[in-house]
Design a protein around this ligand. Structure first.
Ligand code: GDP
Ligand code: MN
Length: 350
């Protein structure tokens, strides 16, 4: 699950990280009001689930409340990576002496959480990794011990020469890791982490991704879900108990089990096709799920054919077949469907 910058800022602030205050506005007038309350220069920032807002024109400085209104007018309604901006964050503008990067990711390859820090902040970390990898320090966190004080200190001193500044940064690293753990995050990123002319370290951007599988135990995090910012098809899939990710190809896939779903996508690609989606109908058998799955697949105009690949274990092939039959009775399905049913009750299903 993605959350917005302003929500991630709230989480970081709650864990003690210095984050400037901010207010959400959904209209230019509200942005002007917020800017007036803060006084002085403000920054107006698009709140969408996409990075690179600065480059796309979604982050603008304004010196006056009237200016904030103008900037909000320009940003609200614009599209960033195909997502329409419906709200902006208004925050007091910070003076920046330097920008750094600090982030934690769930590092599947190394089976641990890994910190990455770089004094090259404000730009894509992928770009830094490609062009000057020596400017990135990676620190792996042993899940038995968590982030150790010396690791946090080493990151602080990698970023900053000044001891006082480095120690502030080290404290922020510990707080960032706590925020990451407490929120069930798979990614927590501050870019940029700034030092202002007074030598204070602050986070002026925040990005967090949350592990969907952690949400059942974190209702307060689940409550941050913004349905307006999510793909409606993916929302419907989730409500139906399907795991669905839309892709760009033309072969609609309907599979049971995440592993088989991925193997099926590989197979489609191996034979020169492109999958239109990842879709896992899950382990249990339920004809209703199959109907929703076929609705989602056929609503995608790129789909030219549909492939069912069902390996029945707990899933019963006859239930899946019932779902397919019911769906074809309920709706017009134009693309040809190729169906493989094997395993539990396959003969009955066929
Ligand atoms: P992103 O492009 O989506 O990552 O959005 P950011 O919040 O990181 O903003 C992009 C850039 O805008 C930052 O790297 C800064 O250089 C600049 N910026 C953002 N907020 C401020 C601010 O308060 N003051 C100043 N001077 N620049 C800012
Ligand atoms: Mn940023």
């Amino acid at each position: 699950m993605n959350i917005h910058e302003y929500q991630a800022r709230d989480i970081l602030r709650a864990h003690g990280i210095p984050v400037p205050p901010g207010e959400i506005a959904t209209s230019p007038a509200e942005a002007e009001e917020a800017a007036r309350r803060f006084g002085g220069s403000v920054v107006v920032k698009a709140q969408v689930h996409a990075g690179g807002r600065g480059k796309a024109g979604g982050v603008k400085l304004a010196e006056t409340p009237a200016g904030a209104r103008e900037k909000a007018e320009a940003i609200l309604g614009m599209a960033i990576k195909g997502i329409t901006v419906g709200k902006v964050l208004v925050a007091p503008a910070e003076d920046i002496a330097s920008e750094a990067y600090a982030g934690i990711v769930m590092d599947r390859a190394n089976k641990c959480d890994t910190f990455m820090v770089s004094p090259e902040g404000g730009v894509d970390i992928e770009e830094v990794a490609a062009t000057m990898p020596e400017r990135i320090k990676k620190v792996r966190i042993d899940p038995r011990y968590g982030l150790l004080p010396h690791q946090a200190a080493a990151m602080g001193y990698f970023l900053y020469e000044d001891g006082g500044v480095a120690r502030q940064a080290a404290a922020i690293m510990r707080q960032l890791y706590e925020a990451y753990l407490a929120s069930g995050a798979t990614l927590a990123e501050i870019n940029p982490l700034i030092v202002n002319p007074a030598g204070e370290v602050k986070a002026i951007d925040a990005k967090m991704n949350i592990d969907d599988s952690a949400l059942f135990r974190l209702p307060e995090v689940e409550a941050l879900r913004d349905l307006d910012a999510e793909d409606p098809a993916e929302t419907r899939a989730r409500d139906a108990g399907l795991s669905y990710v839309k892709l760009d190809g033309s072969v609609g896939c309907c599979v049971n089990g995440a592993g088989l779903a991925m193997a099926t996508m590989d197979l489609v690609k191996y034979y020169g096709g492109e999958p239109a989606n990842f879709l896992d109908i899950g382990g249990s058998s339920n004809p209703a799920k199959v109907i929703t799955a076929l609705e989602l697949i056929t609503e995608d105009p790129n789909v030219e054919s549909i492939l069912f690949n069902i390996f029945g274990g707990i899933t019963r092939c006859d239930d899946v077949a019932d779902g397919i039959v019911a769906a074809t009775e309920q709706m017009e399905i134009a693309p040809p469907i190729t169906i493989r049913l094997t395993g539990t009750n396959d003969e009955k299903g066929v």
